[in-house]
Design a protein around this ligand. Structure first.
Ligand code: FPP
Length: 230
Protein backbone atom coordinates (compact mmCIF):
# COMPACT_ATOMS: atom_id res chain seq x y z
CA UNK A 1 0.00 0.00 0.00
CA UNK A 2 1.28 3.46 -0.85
CA UNK A 3 1.28 5.61 2.29
CA UNK A 4 3.30 8.49 0.82
CA UNK A 5 3.09 9.23 -2.90
CA UNK A 6 5.38 11.81 -4.51
CA UNK A 7 4.78 13.15 -8.01
CA UNK A 8 6.88 15.16 -10.47
CA UNK A 9 4.08 16.90 -12.40
CA UNK A 10 5.87 17.22 -15.73
CA UNK A 11 4.56 17.95 -19.22
CA UNK A 12 2.27 20.96 -18.80
CA UNK A 13 4.08 22.75 -21.64
CA UNK A 14 3.97 19.79 -24.01
CA UNK A 15 0.31 19.13 -23.22
CA UNK A 16 -0.51 22.74 -24.12
CA UNK A 17 1.65 22.77 -27.24
CA UNK A 18 -0.08 19.66 -28.59
CA UNK A 19 -3.39 21.51 -28.30
CA UNK A 20 -2.18 24.80 -29.75
CA UNK A 21 -2.45 26.46 -26.35
CA UNK A 22 0.03 28.64 -24.47
CA UNK A 23 2.32 27.17 -21.79
CA UNK A 24 0.30 29.15 -19.26
CA UNK A 25 -2.84 27.26 -20.28
CA UNK A 26 -0.90 24.07 -19.63
CA UNK A 27 0.05 25.21 -16.14
CA UNK A 28 -3.53 26.25 -15.42
CA UNK A 29 -4.79 22.82 -16.49
CA UNK A 30 -2.01 21.24 -14.43
CA UNK A 31 -3.03 23.14 -11.32
CA UNK A 32 -6.67 22.14 -11.87
CA UNK A 33 -5.63 18.49 -12.00
CA UNK A 34 -4.15 18.59 -8.49
CA UNK A 35 -7.50 18.40 -6.67
CA UNK A 36 -8.69 15.48 -8.79
CA UNK A 37 -5.55 13.46 -8.23
CA UNK A 38 -5.45 14.29 -4.50
CA UNK A 39 -9.01 13.02 -4.10
CA UNK A 40 -8.35 9.91 -6.20
CA UNK A 41 -5.17 9.17 -4.21
CA UNK A 42 -7.15 9.37 -0.94
CA UNK A 43 -9.58 6.80 -2.31
CA UNK A 44 -6.68 4.36 -2.70
CA UNK A 45 -5.42 4.89 0.84
CA UNK A 46 -2.64 7.44 0.24
CA UNK A 47 -2.06 9.54 3.39
CA UNK A 48 0.69 11.87 2.15
CA UNK A 49 0.94 13.37 -1.34
CA UNK A 50 4.00 15.47 -2.16
CA UNK A 51 3.84 17.38 -5.45
CA UNK A 52 6.76 19.10 -7.18
CA UNK A 53 5.07 22.39 -8.07
CA UNK A 54 8.09 24.71 -8.49
CA UNK A 55 11.78 23.89 -8.24
CA UNK A 56 14.72 26.04 -7.23
CA UNK A 57 15.78 25.76 -10.91
CA UNK A 58 12.38 26.93 -12.22
CA UNK A 59 13.30 30.52 -11.22
CA UNK A 60 15.47 30.49 -14.39
CA UNK A 61 12.38 30.30 -16.64
CA UNK A 62 11.27 33.47 -18.49
CA UNK A 63 9.78 36.04 -16.07
CA UNK A 64 6.24 35.92 -17.55
CA UNK A 65 6.09 32.15 -17.00
CA UNK A 66 7.45 32.44 -13.43
CA UNK A 67 4.94 35.23 -12.71
CA UNK A 68 2.09 33.15 -14.08
CA UNK A 69 3.05 30.20 -11.88
CA UNK A 70 3.33 32.47 -8.83
CA UNK A 71 -0.14 33.91 -9.53
CA UNK A 72 -1.52 30.38 -9.83
CA UNK A 73 -0.60 29.71 -6.18
CA UNK A 74 -3.33 31.98 -4.69
CA UNK A 75 -5.77 30.88 -7.41
CA UNK A 76 -5.13 27.28 -6.42
CA UNK A 77 -5.38 27.98 -2.67
CA UNK A 78 -8.59 30.01 -2.90
CA UNK A 79 -10.33 27.61 -5.27
CA UNK A 80 -9.40 24.53 -3.23
CA UNK A 81 -9.82 25.60 0.42
CA UNK A 82 -13.51 24.59 0.66
CA UNK A 83 -12.92 21.20 -0.96
CA UNK A 84 -9.85 20.58 1.20
CA UNK A 85 -11.79 21.36 4.37
CA UNK A 86 -14.69 19.16 3.25
CA UNK A 87 -12.45 16.24 2.28
CA UNK A 88 -10.12 16.33 5.29
CA UNK A 89 -7.06 17.46 3.33
CA UNK A 90 -4.32 19.29 5.16
CA UNK A 91 -2.11 21.60 3.08
CA UNK A 92 1.60 21.97 3.79
CA UNK A 93 4.65 23.14 1.89
CA UNK A 94 8.31 22.21 1.65
CA UNK A 95 11.01 24.33 0.05
CA UNK A 96 12.49 27.81 0.30
CA UNK A 97 9.03 29.33 0.49
CA UNK A 98 10.53 32.59 1.76
CA UNK A 99 11.60 33.16 -1.88
CA UNK A 100 7.98 33.28 -3.04
CA UNK A 101 6.25 36.64 -3.52
CA UNK A 102 4.31 37.89 -0.50
CA UNK A 103 0.88 37.44 -2.15
CA UNK A 104 1.65 33.75 -2.75
CA UNK A 105 2.99 33.23 0.79
CA UNK A 106 -0.09 34.88 2.30
CA UNK A 107 -2.49 32.67 0.30
CA UNK A 108 -0.53 29.58 1.28
CA UNK A 109 -0.47 30.54 4.97
CA UNK A 110 -4.22 31.10 4.96
CA UNK A 111 -4.91 27.72 3.32
CA UNK A 112 -2.42 25.99 5.63
CA UNK A 113 -4.09 27.54 8.66
CA UNK A 114 -7.65 26.73 7.55
CA UNK A 115 -6.77 23.08 6.88
CA UNK A 116 -4.40 22.47 9.79
CA UNK A 117 -6.74 20.18 11.74
CA UNK A 118 -7.46 17.88 8.79
CA UNK A 119 -5.87 14.46 8.94
CA UNK A 120 -7.09 12.28 6.06
CA UNK A 121 -4.50 13.39 3.52
CA UNK A 122 -1.52 15.71 3.84
CA UNK A 123 -1.07 17.56 0.55
CA UNK A 124 2.50 18.73 0.59
CA UNK A 125 3.44 21.24 -2.13
CA UNK A 126 7.12 21.50 -2.97
CA UNK A 127 7.62 25.18 -3.84
CA UNK A 128 10.99 26.76 -4.57
CA UNK A 129 12.13 23.28 -3.66
CA UNK A 130 15.44 21.63 -4.48
CA UNK A 131 16.73 18.37 -3.03
CA UNK A 132 20.28 19.73 -2.73
CA UNK A 133 18.99 22.99 -1.26
CA UNK A 134 17.05 20.97 1.34
CA UNK A 135 20.18 19.06 2.35
CA UNK A 136 22.23 22.28 2.54
CA UNK A 137 19.45 23.97 4.55
CA UNK A 138 19.42 20.99 6.92
CA UNK A 139 23.20 21.22 7.40
CA UNK A 140 22.92 24.94 8.15
CA UNK A 141 20.03 24.36 10.57
CA UNK A 142 22.14 21.72 12.28
CA UNK A 143 25.14 24.06 12.55
CA UNK A 144 22.89 26.71 14.15
CA UNK A 145 21.14 24.31 16.55
CA UNK A 146 21.68 25.22 20.22
CA UNK A 147 21.86 21.52 21.11
CA UNK A 148 24.11 20.73 18.14
CA UNK A 149 25.27 17.13 18.40
CA UNK A 150 29.00 16.34 18.07
CA UNK A 151 28.34 13.50 15.68
CA UNK A 152 25.29 12.81 13.59
CA UNK A 153 23.66 9.73 12.19
CA UNK A 154 20.98 9.41 9.51
CA UNK A 155 18.08 9.61 11.96
CA UNK A 156 19.45 12.77 13.61
CA UNK A 157 20.16 14.39 10.24
CA UNK A 158 16.62 13.65 8.99
CA UNK A 159 15.20 15.72 11.83
CA UNK A 160 16.62 18.88 10.22
CA UNK A 161 14.97 18.30 6.83
CA UNK A 162 11.88 20.34 5.82
CA UNK A 163 9.24 17.78 6.91
CA UNK A 164 10.84 15.42 9.42
CA UNK A 165 7.47 14.05 10.56
CA UNK A 166 6.45 12.89 7.08
CA UNK A 167 7.59 9.33 6.27
CA UNK A 168 9.69 8.77 3.13
CA UNK A 169 7.72 8.29 -0.11
CA UNK A 170 6.89 4.69 -1.00
CA UNK A 171 6.35 5.57 -4.64
CA UNK A 172 7.48 8.42 -6.86
CA UNK A 173 5.62 8.98 -10.14
CA UNK A 174 7.02 11.19 -12.87
CA UNK A 175 4.60 12.09 -15.63
CA UNK A 176 5.48 12.90 -19.25
CA UNK A 177 8.12 10.24 -19.81
CA UNK A 178 11.40 11.75 -18.63
CA UNK A 179 13.52 9.37 -16.52
CA UNK A 180 15.26 11.62 -14.06
CA UNK A 181 14.87 12.93 -10.51
CA UNK A 182 15.41 16.62 -11.35
CA UNK A 183 16.59 17.44 -7.82
CA UNK A 184 13.35 16.18 -6.19
CA UNK A 185 13.49 14.75 -2.63
CA UNK A 186 17.04 13.43 -3.04
CA UNK A 187 17.34 12.22 0.55
CA UNK A 188 13.76 10.96 0.94
CA UNK A 189 13.57 8.97 -2.32
CA UNK A 190 16.53 6.71 -1.46
CA UNK A 191 14.40 3.57 -1.28
CA UNK A 192 11.25 4.66 -3.10
CA UNK A 193 9.89 2.79 -6.06
CA UNK A 194 9.96 4.86 -9.25
CA UNK A 195 7.25 4.89 -11.92
CA UNK A 196 7.34 6.92 -15.11
CA UNK A 197 4.08 7.55 -16.96
CA UNK A 198 4.13 8.72 -20.59
CA UNK A 199 1.02 10.86 -19.95
CA UNK A 200 1.48 14.64 -19.55
CA UNK A 201 0.45 15.93 -16.12
CA UNK A 202 -2.79 17.76 -17.12
CA UNK A 203 -4.06 14.51 -18.69
CA UNK A 204 -2.85 12.25 -15.88
CA UNK A 205 -6.11 10.93 -14.45
CA UNK A 206 -7.40 8.44 -11.90
CA UNK A 207 -6.97 5.50 -14.33
CA UNK A 208 -3.29 6.40 -14.86
CA UNK A 209 -2.82 6.79 -11.12
CA UNK A 210 -4.35 3.36 -10.56
CA UNK A 211 -1.89 1.85 -13.07
CA UNK A 212 1.02 3.27 -11.08
CA UNK A 213 -0.41 2.08 -7.75
CA UNK A 214 -1.00 -1.40 -9.20
CA UNK A 215 2.57 -1.50 -10.54
CA UNK A 216 3.79 -0.62 -7.05
CA UNK A 217 1.89 -3.57 -5.55
CA UNK A 218 3.79 -5.89 -7.88
CA UNK A 219 7.22 -4.57 -6.94
CA UNK A 220 9.45 -6.53 -4.63
CA UNK A 221 10.84 -4.06 -2.08
CA UNK A 222 13.95 -5.45 -0.43
CA UNK A 223 15.56 -2.29 1.01
CA UNK A 224 18.97 -3.84 0.28
CA UNK A 225 18.05 -7.05 2.10
CA UNK A 226 17.39 -10.44 0.46
CA UNK A 227 13.77 -11.07 1.49
CA UNK A 228 10.85 -8.94 0.31
CA UNK A 229 9.34 -6.54 2.84
CA UNK A 230 5.88 -5.25 2.05
C1 FPP B 1 6.36 20.96 -15.54
O1 FPP B 1 5.81 21.19 -16.81
C2 FPP B 1 5.61 21.61 -14.54
C3 FPP B 1 6.06 22.67 -13.78
C4 FPP B 1 7.39 23.26 -13.90
C5 FPP B 1 5.22 23.28 -12.79
C6 FPP B 1 4.19 22.39 -12.16
C7 FPP B 1 3.08 23.25 -11.80
C8 FPP B 1 1.77 22.94 -11.83
C9 FPP B 1 1.27 21.60 -12.11
C10 FPP B 1 0.74 23.96 -11.56
C11 FPP B 1 1.06 24.94 -10.49
C12 FPP B 1 0.80 24.43 -9.16
C13 FPP B 1 0.28 25.15 -8.16
C14 FPP B 1 0.15 24.57 -6.81
C15 FPP B 1 -0.19 26.51 -8.33
P1 FPP B 1 6.74 21.85 -17.89
O2 FPP B 1 6.40 23.28 -17.99
O3 FPP B 1 8.18 21.58 -17.58
O4 FPP B 1 6.28 21.05 -19.16
P2 FPP B 1 7.18 20.70 -20.41
O5 FPP B 1 8.33 19.87 -19.89
O6 FPP B 1 6.26 19.92 -21.26
O7 FPP B 1 7.61 22.00 -20.99
Amino acid sequence: MVNHLAIIMDGNGRWAQQRGLSRSEGHRAGAENIGKIAEAAMKYGVRYLTLYAFSTENWKRPAPEVNFLMKLIPVFCKSRIAAMVKNGIRLRTVGRTGDLPLFARKALLEAIDKTKDNDKLTLNLALSYGGRAEIVDAVNALLQAPDRPEKIDEATFSRYLYAPDIPDPDLMIRTSGEMRLSNFLLWELSYSELYVSPVHWPAFDEAELKKALDAFENRNRRFGDVAAKK
